[in-house]
Ligand binder design. Structure first.
Ligand SMILES: NC(=O)c1ccc[n+]([C@@H]2O[C@H](COP(=O)([O-])OP(=O)(O)OC[C@H]3O[C@@H](n4cnc5c(N)ncnc54)[C@H](OP(=O)(O)O)[C@@H]3O)[C@@H](O)[C@H]2O)c1
Length: 166
């Protein structure tokens, strides 16, 4: 089973300037990401890998690049999303963790989307998640996460399951 995990704003914005604009302002989402992807295979684009700045511990890190012969110690570099999926350890859950170009390719292949839907419009976003077609995806769970002194925005953790292949 292939899952996508993503956080987006009201306009499906996910990033700007090779970073996540709400980084540091939503630690509850980081914690959700950490616990959900623990021990999994995580597939990411090269820009996302560089923007994280390190490998994610306790996970199989698979990085997609046109330069698939690049060596990243402790990670696997794949030349395409399809190759990355094949290289994922079958005994682990597999998550596509971004960014925009990889989500756009993965949405047709994925079975599940776990989306943190941030209740804000973050105008600086220049990278977007594809719009979720409700004829293809059914919402199966939603957990509200209220803003508080540490978390600037309300967000909902929503799980969508694919009900129809495109
Ligand atoms: N909000 C969230 O949940 C979330 C999650 C992750 C990332 N982000 C944000 O998203 C942004 C990054 O997204 P992005 O779209 O700019 O970049 P990206 O998808 O992370 O990486 C793009 C790179 O991946 C490689 N790539 C993509 N498709 C490929 C293919 N089919 N074959 C071979 N290589 C391929 C290429 O690397 P090479 O140039 O090396 O060939 C390409 O330049 C950042 O702002 C990041 O912070 C947000």
């Amino acid at each position: 089973m292939l899952s996508i995990i993503v956080a987006y704003d009201k306009n499906y914005g996910i990033g700007a300037k090779n970073d996540i604009p709400w980084m540091g302002k939503l630690p509850a989402d980081i914690e959700h990401f950490r616990t959900t992807t623990k021990d999994a295979a995580v597939i990411m684009g090269w820009i996302t890998y560089k923007s994280i700045g390190r490998l994610l511990p306790k996970r199989q890190n698979i990085i997609i690049s046109d330069y698939a012969d690049t060596v990243v110690e402790g990670a696997t570099v794949a030349g395409s999303l399809q190759e990355a999926i094949k290289l994922a350890d079958p005994s682990r859950n597999t998550f596509v963790i971004g960014g925009g170009t990889i989500y756009a390719q993965a949405i047709d292949l994925a079975d599940v989307i776990i989306a943190s839907e941030i209740n804000a419009t973050i105008l600086e976003c220049t990278v977007f998640f594809p719009k979720i077609d409700k004829n293809v995806w059914r919402e199966v769970s939603r957990q509200h996460m209220p803003a508080n002194k540490d978390n600037l925005y309300d967000f909902d953790i929503v799980t969508y399951k694919k009900i129809k292949t495109t």
